[in-house]
Design a binder for this molecule. Structure first.
Ligand code: CUA
Length: 329
């Protein structure tokens, strides 16, 4: 399955694809009749020795035919298009509303003010690049832009709408089945336009709350004051002598780079997996106890220091759109 509008996996995309196919097939029939007639006439009535073309002017029946049929076709297509457009633009009855903001060159998603999206600081879940929705649910997107005109489009799910600065627009989407759907900004918006991607993830309804819970854990971690403190603690200790974390003063080359440590499969040379709170804490608390002979010493950190550092390390995830020249572990 590719990001292809003629592989519709939601009612929006299906409405557009239905019109597309009806018009496409009608156009093929017209092409065959018109060009077929042209070729036939060209062969049958061509100039040749002993053959003189009949001269005549006007033919009521034929003229009527090629006026009435195209008129009928254009009217039918118009009626059909308006019918489908009514469905596609009908933003009523949405079960969920998400505010979508475009900016050079990413999308952010403000989830609704529901308890399941409420963060520790009283704000509500704000996501980027990935939009998560439940399947078979009509979701209304309220589009806006921070800078220039962008356009939100996930071909398989359909509906394409510009995000215009200072002029709110709306688009509803719905996915038939669970899956991950790729989308692309559809309005040229500067040098990063081609990389302004969006990933739409449709979850089974029963699993959506589980996703929300996990997302809130991550989100709350990034808001937790311990995270900021953890970064400061890390940078004030001997850690920086051995480890590199890009974007910080830590540039040590002795130990492994930690820029995207939270996206690694394991730590401590493969001894501890997965990379989670429990394993990171265990490792930092006493490295030689986990892996005898390791170069990483026991720094004798307090439980609070370890907690804070781990909270920060867990935010060091590899982003979807990496800066050029970097790659995920
Ligand atoms: Cu945003 Cu193109």
């Amino acid at each position: 399955m590719g990001p292809w509008p003629n592989d519709p996996l939601g009612p929006q995309a299906r409405s557009a694809a239905d019109i597309y196919w009806i018009m496409f097939i009608a156009a093929i029939i017209v092409l065959v009749i018109v060009d077929g007639g042209l070729v036939y006439a060209g062969l049958k009535f061509r100039e040749r020795p002993g053959h003189i073309a009949k001269q005549f002017h006007g033919h009521n029946f034929l003229e009527l035919l090629w006026t009435v049929i195209p008129t009928f076709m254009v009217i039918s297509f118009s009626v059909l298009s308006f019918q489908k457009l009514n469905v596609m633009n009908d933003n009523t009855g949405a079960q969920m509303t998400i505010a979508v903001q475009g900016q050079q060159w990413t999308w952010t998603f403000q989830y609704p003010k529901e308890d399941r999206f409420k963060a520790i600081d009283g704000s509500y879940l704000l996501g980027a690049e990935e939009l998560h929705i439940p399947v078979n649910t009509k979701v209304l997107l309220k589009l806006s832009s921070k800078d220039v005109i962008h356009s939100f489009w996930v071909p398989n799910i359909g509906g394409k709408k510009d995000a215009v600065p200072g002029r709110p627009t709306e688009l509803w989407i719905q996915a038939d089945k669970p899956g991950t759907y790729r989308g692309q900004c559809y309005e040229f918006c500067g040098t990063g336009h081609a990389d302004m991607l969006v990933t739409l993830v449709a979850h089974p309804q029963s699993e959506y709350d589980t996703w929300a819970k996990d997302a809130m854990t991550e989100y709350n971690r990034s808001l937790d004051p311990a995270t900021k403190k953890g970064r400061e603690t890390f940078l004030s200790l001997a850690c920086v002598g051995c480890h590199t974390v890009k974007g910080t003063p830590a540039g040590g080359k002795v130990g492994p780079e930690l820029t995207y440590v939270a996206s690694k499969k394991s730590i401590a040379g493969g001894t501890l997996s997965p990379v989670n709170e429990e394993n990171l804490s265990k490792w930092i608390k006493n490295p030689p106890a986990v892996k005898p002979g390791t170069l990483m010493p026991n720094l004798g950190l307090s439980d609070e220091q370890i907690h804070d550092i781990v909270q920060w390390l867990l935010t060091l995830k590899c982003p979807q759109n990496l800066p050029p020249g970097q790659k995920c572990p």
